[in-house]
Design a protein around this ligand. Structure first.
Ligand SMILES: Cc1cc2nc3c(=O)[nH]c(=O)nc-3n(C[C@H](O)[C@H](O)[C@H](O)COP(=O)(O)OP(=O)(O)OC[C@H]3O[C@@H](n4cnc5c(N)ncnc54)[C@H](O)[C@@H]3O)c2cc1C
Length: 832
């Protein structure tokens, strides 16, 4: 057995095996996989094996699509048949809202090249007469997917991996990880059978590896402890039952009819597929408990939990109504096993926080479906430096370790499980574990009707409505009940003045003798002069956008960096690692995450100066905020009443405005002061939804939508923020990549009751698919829908006519100039 390898994969379930296979396929010839028990003995063995292409996320849809295509090719490569039954997948809708959900999803599918068909209730009945359809509104049908044998597909990948030189060792457990500075030393124990249990033997050895990937399934908490990190990957119980023969189904098949597709009855929280003349019924029920919060007991191997029939009775009864012919079929078998979850249902895939060459592939709830694609894209990240799709939405650091706890993960994972089949409204906010990270003004905002959204644990106002307004009832795939409130708030900023709480922003101080040289290399724009600010980007090694920063220069070697609130640890990790790497070359660099020390209010609108003038303490309050003393894109320390404020003259809304960074403990004082001063100017409290619409009118790209690791800043069409005269990280790759697609803004003649959400597909009038929206909303300035997205470069030209698919219909759209509202930035520079 080897004890020195380039990459060591820990865990021999579907996911780990696929990663080992794809690392070898990508060219690494020294890969080893260790499994503490037998391959597939984790969750993989008891999975139902369904491979749904349906997914609301762009990255995950790509991953699932790769898997489905890849599994079809495995037999030819390995000679092993994994039993892929390409029976298709039928998702039925009992309500119009569910059909709307499918329509929104269909747009994502189209952007990823996933085919689907629409079926009416009558068409379903015609094709599959055993299904009761009288209560159905219709269905979306994928013909390309189906189900596979999870153990067989894993074994096929293992064979393929071995054929490519991967060393697979069973009964070897990773017990400790030590980073030497150049490689990992992984202490392993040989496991042995004893009285039906798997126990550690006395045989221990160390494997050294340049890279380690953990794919430890239900053991994620133990893995996290060994690595000294936090991971919100905790399993929940998940059940499927196998029913006895259904006589009508047997007859149907004996008559030569084809197998039924996988039947998903989302409104009844279940899925079903044929199994030897009967049905397998899988359920996403309420009340399934989290398991193994503190680790998997030694006694738990390829085991199951007892069936809890009461918990699944409702969904079982619904199945007997959906397929009445199975009503008399008895229960043949049951599988209630641990299924690993994360709070948002997406796995944790990518570099581990704070560690070098340590990659996580944990928290898979659709791990059979995701294994193929995860192996493929993770191998790209490890071997080439970046994946061809933006994997940020799966990055393990999206839950920052400074606030995330076991209890949070367990409760959120239970919630995520029982939400699998709820309507996935794009304006959804989930209720579990809320109110954890609140800015001091939270209670005041709540009293004034704030409806909060969740951002990396923070509560941030989405919009303000009359107190008692029911946000849950207001959600929609179209314009929700909150829409008019957001319109009013957006207008307040365009015409008067509004106040936004932006405390959740990520904030870093970067200082020390090496700071200037480091940031000059780290970001692509010129660094600002002292007292000025710049918008800039840190790039990946592939030249794509890793992070967007507003940089404030407070001194020769002293900078304050502001980036998106959702990405604190993601940004911190990258920044710290890059600074560590460069310290020897540039000199000492100190990095402080000061996110929770500074509150931020953004005041914006033509009357914002008037409000601030009321409270600013200055020898000459009338000129303190003038263009002369406080020009656009500059920063000043000012005093508002008795609150010291680092004010930055920028506004994400494109109006005259300031970001007021203040000591967080003084936030309520400042809030009261501004609220009182704003009264006579009609100042309105404004939430994130209106702010998002306003930034679209200004074509301000946002991180996580327009800006990500699948497009360069040049493709984001930001040449004014790229200084090609200097060297910076990722520059050569960016230049070499060229412009494959280009970001643009579109005004849309959309439906009267819906706006795009940023997932919609774009066509030419002739019907050629040419791109997708990455953001969408409503423009109060143009009184129509607006979006930003990526199209072929030759189409990103003002005046180009396109079509955008919203709610399954094509609507006219036109590419506008960049910043269609106030393209000359006159509002933002307003004198006074
Ligand atoms: C009832 C049920 C039905 C399901 N149905 C489906 C479905 O239809 N479709 C679908 O896509 N998904 C389904 N799933 C989910 C699916 O089973 C999992 O997502 C998938 O198996 C996860 O694979 P994995 O490789 O991440 O984890 P696992 O299969 O759990 O593998 C992890 C492996 O790591 C090993 N390991 C852990 N720690 C160490 C260590 N320190 N050293 C060495 N080895 C270690 C473990 O022994 C284990 O074998 C279902 C789950 C359940 C419970």
């Amino acid at each position: 057995m080897k004890t020195q390898v380039k990459a060591l994969v820990v865990g021999g379930g579907a996911v780990g095996t696929s990663i080992a296979y794809h690392l070898a396929k990508a060219g690494w010839d020294d890969v080893m996989l260790i499994e503490r028990d037998e391959l597939t003995s984790g969750s993989t063995w008891h999975a139902a094996g369904l491979l749904p292409l349906f997914n609301m996320s762009y990255a995950t849809t790509h991953i699932h699509k790769y898997s489905v295509d890849f599994y079809k090719s495995l037999e030819e490569e390995t000679g092993l048949n994994a039993g892929f039954a390409v029976v298709g997948n039928l998702r039925m809708a009992q309500t119009d809202a569910r059909m709307d959900e499918f329509k929104l999803y269909a747009s994502t599918a189209e952007t990823c090249g996933v085919d689907y068909e629409w079926l009416t209730a009558d068409q379903i009945k015609e094709r599959w007469p055993l299904i009761r359809t009288d209560d159905l509104k219709g269905a979306i049908y994928h013909t390309e997917d189906g189900y596979i044998n999870p153990a067989d597909v894993t074994m096929a990948m293992a064979k393929g991996a071995r054929q490519r030189g991967v060393d697979i060792q069973r009964k070897v457990q990773a017990d400790a990880f030590h980073w030497t500075g150049t490689h990992w030393e992984v202490t392993c124990t040989k496991m042995v059978e004893k009285g039906g249990n798997l126990v550690p033997s006395d045989e221990q050895f160390v494997i050294t590896a340049e890279h380690v990937v953990t794919a430890s399934g239900n053991h994620a908490q133990r893995t996290a402890k060994m690595l000294g990190i936090k991971m919100p990957a905790i399993p929940v119980e998940h059940t499927f039952i196998v029913m006895d023969k259904d006589p009508e189904l047997v007859k149907w098949r004996e008559e030569g009819n084809p197998e039924h597709p996988v039947v998903r009855d989302a409104d009844s929280e279940s899925y079903a597929r044929e199994e030897r003349g009967g049905w397998i019924l899988g359920i996403y029920e309420h009340g399934a408990p989290a398991r193994f919060e503190h680790g998997v007991p030694d006694s738990f191997r390829a085991d199951l939990f007892p069936l809890d029939l009461d918990r699944i009775a409702e969904q079982y009864m619904a199945m007997t109504e959906r397929v009445p012919s199975c009503a008399e079929s008895g229960l043949k078998d049951d599988f209630n096993g641990p299924i690993c979850y994360t709070p948002d249902g997406n796995p944790l895939v990518g570099p581990a926080p704070g560690l070098r060459n340590m990659w996580l592939a944990e928290g898979f709830s659709f791990g059979i479906t995701a294994a193929g694609g995860t192996g493929y894209y993770l191998a790209q990240m490890m071997v080439d430096g970046e994946a061809e799709i933006d994997m940020a939405s799966l990055d393990p650091k999206r839950y920052s370790s400074n606030w995330m706890t076991t209890e949070f993960a367990a409760r959120k994972n239970e919630e995520c499980y029982e939400h699998v089949y709820i309507l996935h409204h794009p304006d959804e906010e989930r209720p579990a574990a809320r109110g954890l990270r609140t800015s001091p003004a939270y209670d005041r905002q709540k009293e004034r009707g704030a409806q909060f959204g969740w951002v990396n644990g923070w509560e941030r106002p989405n919009y303000y409505a009359p107190v008692g307004f029911d946000d849950e009832k207001a959600r929609s795939f179209r314009r929700g009940g909150w829409w008019q409130y957001a319109v009013d708030e957006a207008k307040a900023i365009r015409e008067g003045v509004g106040l936004v709480d932006a405390t959740a922003f990520t904030k870093h101080v970067v200082k020390g003798p090496g700071a200037t040289q480091f940031l000059d290399w780290f970001t692509c724009n010129k660094l600002p002069k002292i007292g000025r600010i710049n918008l800039t980007y840190a790039l990946t090694s592939a030249g794509t956008t890793r992070t967007e920063y507003t940089i404030v220069r407070n001194g020769e070697n002293n900078y304050y960096l502001v980036s998106a609130g959702a990405w604190t640890e993601y940004d911190a990790d990258f920044l710290r690692k890059a600074a560590e790497d460069k310290m020897e070359e540039f000199g000492y660099i100190e990095i402080q995450d000061v996110t929770t020390q500074w509150g931020v209010f953004a005041i914006a609108g033509p009357k914002s100066r008037d409000v601030l003038k009321e409270v600013i303490v200055d020898a000459d309050p009338d000129t303190a905020l003038s263009n002369k003393r406080f020009p656009w894109l500059s920063a000043r320390q000012i005093e508002l009443g008795m609150c010291p404020v680092n004010a930055i003259r920028v506004a994400y809304t494109g109006e005259l405005g300031w970001e007021l960074h203040h000591p967080i403990e003084m936030q309520n004082y400042l809030f009261d002061l501004l609220e009182k001063a704003g009264e006579k100017h009609g100042m309105k409290l404004v939430g994130g939804r209106a702010q998002n619409w306003l930034r679209l009118e200004k074509s301000y790209r946002a991180f996580g939508t327009e800006l990500g690791r699948d497009a360069t800043p040049a493709e984001a069409d930001l040449p004014r923020f790229i200084d090609l005269s200097k060297d910076f990280h990722g520059k050569d790759a960016m230049v070499e990549t060229g412009v494959r697609v280009k970001c643009c803004t579109l005004l849309i003649e959309g439906p009267a009751d819906a706006d795009p959400w940023g997932r919609e597909v774009l066509y030419t009038p002739e019907g050629e698919r040419v791109g997708r929206l990455t953001s969408g909303g409503y423009s109060v300035a143009f009184e129509k829908s607006i979006g930003m997205g990526y199209v072929k470069p030759e189409l990103a030209v003002p005046g180009t006519k396109l079509k955008v698919k919203i709610m399954d219909q094509l609507w006219d759209a036109e590419v506008t100039v960049d910043s269609p509202y106030d393209p000359k930035n006159e509002a933002i520079r307003m004198t006074g």
